[in-house]
Design a protein around this ligand. Structure first.
Ligand code: ACO
Length: 377
């Protein structure tokens, strides 16, 4: 087949590389939709389990389907003994994203994709047991306890995560804040990690390998890792005035301020105001003296100086912090949510697959003679 046109774009900006029926990002009039539903409606009215079901199975569940789905996810929380042993062997100083990457890979050796463990079963299994994997490792190494991570009191993934983390029933507002955040993080069209997932899927690789590719891609500071970096930045300042001066100095040195800007959104990220409202609400509850005000000061400088707006990662950082979540667990929460979107993209790619294999413009040396080794130097 001959390629009639050749388009080149740094970072594939503006290039449409495929079709999807899963979500829209930054389309005229609507900021973000999942299978046609506006993100504001989903964040206000639904739960993460409803959204995961919508993304993976294609329709919103009925009441009965939702209850069945929650029951299924609760049953899938248990970890195999081999995986628990491996989590005990991973160093306590590892980054939790490394722990997740390794755990997913290990589970793939124990429950390998097959007629018994189908793609849909694996998608649900990973969503259900990610909090177990993460917090089994966390509690073993940080607090020297082996938790039994299959608590059934908490019906939601958000509540289950917080319960395992804090060892007690979570506060209702914190549980709902985390639930909303998982909805916001669940899906985002052809972002970098989803694209990585689709590339790996297109080679006919297995489900776990796809998810490992996606986790590795999400980890970087320009993508999911930005929420952790944003928290570190906000924590540098004790007052809004300090933040204003400090961020101006960073911009003068051409530093990137994590949690700002976006490749597709040009005016605002529709998810940001939703999580900002939660951050503000929880800042009162946490009797936060300054972090929320510092965040607003950074937002103002970024707009005044660069016309850049906060993306979802910026206010997620303080919202998570006010839920008592340690900073290194922020990006793994993004994984917990995005597993639903990635899974939907795996099924969509598999349903109409063609190997994803673009081309490069060659800028290296012209063809030349191979020199014998004794003549080189
Ligand atoms: N801080 C400072 N300047 C910025 C920022 C920022 N966060 N974002 C963009 N800019 C500036 C760039 O320096 C560049 O300026 P220049 O033209 O004077 O050189 C211009 O805006 C364009 O920036 P690019 O990096 O080319 O934009 P791109 O579309 O490639 O990048 C990205 C988008 C990666 C999100 C970028 O805005 C960024 O690095 N942001 C910080 C990281 C971040 O928050 N990532 C989270 C993404 S959203 C998510 O994963 C939920």
């Amino acid at each position: 087949m001959t390629v009639e046109t050749s388009v080149k774009s740094r970072g594939l900006e503006g290039i449409v590389v495929g079709e999807t029926a899963i979500s829209t990002v930054g389309k005229e009039g609507v900021g973000l939709t999942y299978r046609g539903y506006d993100i504001h409606d989903l964040a206000n009215k639904s739960s993460f389990e409803e959204v995961a079901y919508l993304l993976i199975y294609g329709t919103l569940p009925t009441l009965q389907q939702l209850q069945n789905y929650r029951d299924k996810l609760i049953k899938l929380r248990r970890l195999p003994n081999e995986l628990k042993s491996m989590l005990e062997m991973i160093p306590g100083g590892a980054h939790p994203m490394e722990v997740l990457r390794t755990s997913v890979s290990m589970l793939g050796t124990l429950e390998t994709e097959s007629a018994q463990y189908t793609g849909y079963n694996i998608a649900d299994r990973l969503i259900a047991c990610t909090p177990s994997m993460l917090l089994y490792w966390y509690q073993f190494h940080k607090n020297n306890i082996r938790i039994e991570p299959w608590n059934t009191e908490e019906q939601t993934i958000a509540g289950y995560f917080l319960h395992l983390l804090h060892g007690k029933k979570p506060d209702d507002e914190m549980r709902r804040c985390l639930d909303v955040s998982l909805i916001l993080y669940a899906e985002h069209e052809f972002n970098a990690s989803t694209f990585a997932a689709r590339v790996t899927t297109s080679t006919e690789s297995d489900f776990y390998s796809v998810i490992v590719s996606a986790i590795g891609t999400l980890r970087g500071a320009l993508h999911g890792g930005a929420n952790e970096e944003a928290m570190r930045l906000i924590s540098l300042f004790k007052t809004p005035e300090q933040a204003t001066v400090g961020v101006k100095e960073m911009l003068a040195k051409k530093a990137k301020i994590m949690g700002f800007g976006h490749r597709v959104y040009k005016k605002s990220d529709p998810r940001s105001d939703i999580i900002k409202a939660w951050s503000e609400k929880l800042s009162h509850q946490a009797r936060d003296g300054y972090l929320f005000n510092v965040s607003e000061a950074i937002e103002k400088v970024m707009w005044d100086e660069k016309k850049l707006f906060p993306n979802l990662d910026f206010y997620s950082a303080t919202a998570y912090h006010f839920c008592g979540i340690p900073t290194p667990l922020f990006t793994p929460l993004f994984v917990m949510a995005r597993l639903s979107g990635w899974s939907a993209h795996i099924f969509e790619q598999r349903a109409n697959n063609r190997l994803i294999r673009p081309e490069a413009e060659y800028i290296g040396p012209a063809p030349r003679a191979y020199p014998p080794i004794e003549t080189r130097g």
